[in-house]
Design a protein. Structure first.
Length: 180
């Protein structure tokens, strides 16, 4: 993940202090070169930004790779589709470049269907990706664990204003490969 550098955070604190002006608990700067600092505690934000996106179906981040399930699998299926091969190859390339010791494959679904069905489907899909990666990475590759999350961790709304949101549901149907 990308983190704010401490210098940037310090500059932010200094800017806030200057904008706030002197307070009773603060001594004004003696010269324009000095900065008055307030007793502020600001959180360091964790920012995770895509590093690259391969046609929208494979999104590479510092923490892992996200594969759109719509590209990998047919509807309600955990069998890898023919077009999934190029996405798996792209994921293997990223994994080899990062050389992690462990991978966690997480299957996710949208909220259509029962929670029990979605959980089983997400597990089967994660396991299918695990098998495909294992065969390409070989015995010297990282240890790989597959888990299903079902519909429990959406990244988008499945509905908007009470109406079905096909775009949101499509974003939720995914397989995430987590490094580490």
């Amino acid at each position: 993940m990308l983190r704010w550098a401490s210098a940037a955070a310090g500059a932010l604190v200094a800017a806030v202090a200057l904008a706030a002006g002197p307070t009773s608990a603060q001594t004004p700067p003696a010269s324009p070169d000095e900065v008055a600092v307030l007793d502020l505690v600001l959180p360091v934000l964790d920012l995770e930004l895509p590093v690259s996106s391969l046609g929208g179906s494979v999104e590479v981040r510092r923490s892992g790779v996200t594969l759109r399930a719509d590209i990998l699998f047919a509807f309600n299926s955990a069998r890898l589709a023919g077009r999934a091969r190029s996405r798996i190859v792209a994921a293997v390339k990223e994994i080899r470049q990062r050389d992690p010791k462990r991978l966690r494959i997480e299957g996710h679904t949208d909220s259509k269907g029962s929670k029990a069905f979605n959980l089983k489907l997400s597990r089967r899909r994660a396991d299918a990706v695990r098998r495909a990666l294992s065969s390409r990475l070989g015995d010297d590759g990282p240890s790989i664990r597959a888990v299903g999350r079902g519909e429990s961790k959406p990244v988008a709304n499945n509905t908007t204003n009470g109406q079905d949101d096909p775009r949101g549901r499509a974003r939720n149907r995914r397989v995430e490969i987590r490094f580490g």
